[in-house]
Ligand binder design. Sequence first.
Ligand SMILES: C[S@@+](CC[C@H](N)C(=O)[O-])C[C@H]1O[C@@H](n2cnc3c(N)ncnc32)[C@H](O)[C@@H]1O
Length: 217
Amino acid sequence: MASCCSPGSPCSGTNAFFSRWSRFYARRFRSGGLELVQKYLLDGIGTEPISGRSVLDIGCGVGSLHLTLLQRGAATSVGIDLSEGMLREARSFADNLGVGGRTEYINGDFTALAPSVPESDITVLDKVVCCYEDIRALVVSSTGKTKRIYALSHPKENILMKSMFRGHMALARLFGWSFHPFWHNWADMKALIDSQGFSLTYERSTLAWQVLVFRRR
Ligand SMILES: C[S@@+](CC[C@H](N)C(=O)[O-])C[C@H]1O[C@@H](n2cnc3c(N)ncnc32)[C@H](O)[C@@H]1O
């Protein structure tokens, strides 16, 4: 398993934060299956055939999405995450579900690792764009790896989510926490994805998350 997070770097804060939360994510997936936002992502991805496709799950967490896509007929997947704890849980789920031989895991920052990551038919970033500062680098490098479908979720543009994010960011600044989320300009992000050769084919939201699925033109 490759790693590129040196101690003290911003991504080591993200690793520590999400590794602490990984058991919660695993418990939720084990007991409740998929979140509503993930069901919508799969609906949007499923408007195209999944069978035999390759999947790249960036910020894959405990693996809910690529593991479900493998169970639904995708051929292979690569899960990448900054968090070692998340990847431990994902690997354990993959083995228990009998798909461990069809998925690979890489620990580190996708934007740094991108040159060595294989292209995929389907790329997924579920609740990841709000956990990374350089949104442009993340979008450009991940769309560049995508042959067909590019699916992501981002925080919904509403008072509830804006206040939650701004609150977390303010507390992180005050107490010097090593991780905080990011509120980007989501309209600009959408335009950037479009400019990389993708057209929006599916859009749906929950109270908290906006789901966008694009197809390469
Ligand atoms: C909010 S969690 C979502 C996890 C999973 N996608 C889900 O929805 O259950 C965001 C995840 O993205 C990962 N992440 C953020 N930026 C990343 C990057 N540049 N490369 C790899 N992983 C990243 C974090 O470590 C974290 O596990």
